[in-house]
Design a protein around this ligand. Structure first.
Ligand SMILES: [Fe+2]
Ligand SMILES: [Fe+2]
Length: 163
């Protein structure tokens, strides 16, 4: 029981987010290669760039609070979500059906990140980490936009072709 305060909880969750984003910088290039629809390939590539920026934001958010430091821990939830997506890729052929499945898998990741950053923003607010909150809120917005984009892609092309 080494988490006794909201501040320690914040550090823990920020460190998990850092691990999750790092894992996604490795997963997204594989997802882009496995996707078939060029719009989906682009969406994954674009989110890879955003994810690299999100990692930098975590560093900036941590730097804005002198008394904290990001820890090296693993986000097991993200690891499982990525593994599930990888299994889906392995059990499908490249094409519309795999694309539809990958959109679903990617949206699970985005929803998970939306929950994680939502909590981080709330905690940062409570703790008076105003700058960190502002920085993390930008990422939260980006994750929501990524999720919307995937929903639109699913509706517009991919799921229709998979049908
Ligand atoms: Fe992210
Ligand atoms: Fe994301």
């Amino acid at each position: 029981m080494n988490i006794k305060s909201a501040n320690e909880l914040f550090v823990r969750l920020l460190s998990e987010a850092n691990s999750g984003e790092k894992q996604m910088t490795r997963a997204l290039p594989k997802m882009a290669r496995a996707a078939h629809d060029p719009k989906l390939v682009d969406a994954f590539k674009e989110h890879l760039e955003e994810t690299q920026g999100q990692l930098e934001r975590i560093e900036k958010a941590a730097d804005s609070i002198p008394e904290i430091r990001v820890k090296r821990i693993k986000c097991y939830a993200m690891e499982s979500l990525i593994e599930e997506g990888q299994e889906l890729i392995e059990s499908t052929e490249k094409g519309p059906v795999r694309d539809a499945g990958m959109i679903g898998a990617a949206q699970k990741v985005e929803h998970f990140e939306i929950a994680a950053y939502g909590t981080l923003c709330e905690l940062a607010e409570q703790l008076g980490y105003t700058k960190a909150k502002e920085i993390l809120a930008e990422t939260l917005k980006e994750e929501k936009a990524a999720d919307d984009k995937l929903s639109k892609l699913a509706k517009a092309d991919v799921n229709r072709k998979a049908g």
